[in-house]
Every structure is written in C-alpha cells, then in structure tokens.
Design a protein around this ligand. Sequence first.
Ligand SMILES: Cc1cc2nc3c(=O)[nH]c(=O)nc-3n(C[C@H](O)[C@H](O)[C@H](O)COP(=O)(O)O)c2cc1C
Length: 163
Amino acid sequence: MSRLAAGVVLVTACEPSLDADDPHAPVGEDVGMTATAFLSVSLDPPLVLVSLREGSRMDDLLAEQPLWGVSVLAESQRHIAGRFAMKGRISDRLLFEDIPYTRGAASGAPMIGGALATLECRTEQTVTAGDHTLVIGRVLSADLPSADGGPLTYFKGKYRQLG
Ligand SMILES: Cc1cc2nc3c(=O)[nH]c(=O)nc-3n(C[C@H](O)[C@H](O)[C@H](O)COP(=O)(O)O)c2cc1C
C-alpha cells in the first residue's frame, strides 16, 4: 500500500462539552489527525469515508462527537501533517497554536487556513473493519480556502509534491 500515492488530509474535531445540557458549558479541546485513508464514497447524498485506527485518539473522539472536519493539505503544509501524526500525544492544544484556522459553522471543528479544500461532515455510519473503524460522513459544507498550490502527497513512506 505504500506504493499507492495518496493525498494527505487533516481530520479535526472538537471534544464535546462536558455538560451536554448546558449550552454555555465550555467545549473541550480541538483534536487533529493526519490521514491518507480518506475517500469520496457517494455524490448523492454526498458521503466521504475515513479509516481510523481503533483506539487512536480520533477514533475515541468520533465515537462521541458526530461532527468533524477534513482539510485537504497543500504541499506547503507538510509541517502540519508531521505534527498531527505524532504518536502518544496527550494534548493537541499547542499544536493548533501557530496554525491559521477558522471554526466550521456546522461542525465547530478547526478548518485549516490555506488548505486546498475543507469539508464539514456528520457521521452517518461506522463499520468496524479489523483494527480500524470506517467512519462514513455526510458532507455538510465544502469550501476552497486556497486557490493555488499543489497537493501534499504521500508515497513510499515520504511526503511528496506533484511534478
Ligand atoms: C502520512 C500519514 C497518513 C496516515 N493516515 C492515517 C489514516 O488514514 N488513519 C489512521 O488511523 N491513522 C493514520 N496515520 C497515523 C495517525 O496520524 C497517527 O497514528 C495519529 O495521529 C497518532 O495519534 P494516536 O496516538 O492517537 O494514534 C497516518 C500517519 C501518516 C504520517
């Protein structure tokens, strides 16, 4: 599979508020995860899929947070992919600190500035598949933050640029 060239995305979500009954309760921390196992599934309705390692922080978070975001990373955003792929992280708070992002209106998830495209999704279905969870999401909104720049890709264990 390392020979299958892939685009790189950042999946993001915001931890739900600790008190679901109180609309003013502070929401939790933002979490991000670098992923290549992301694809479009259906046009009507618009569905996408991301495959999450069981027990990863994002897998645990999406089990309780149905709203999430996807930022399709540009070739200049390799550093973002690198930091959100580090294993054993306890908190992502500092990782977002120097990255420009907006908060998705539909999901509350961080949408990365300068990404080639961003999507907001709501989980429709999850499928346990071996040691991963396939999370199928309905696309709630789509934006194109950056008009130029090529995609960040991953091939044979390295980040690459097209061309
Ligand atoms: C290029 C690249 C692609 C990745 N794609 C995925 C993926 O599609 N699904 C996944 O679960 N983890 C993927 N990972 C690994 C996660 O980014 C990494 O395990 C996670 O951020 C670390 O947090 P964790 O300790 O909770 O697993 C990928 C890592 C890299 C470097």
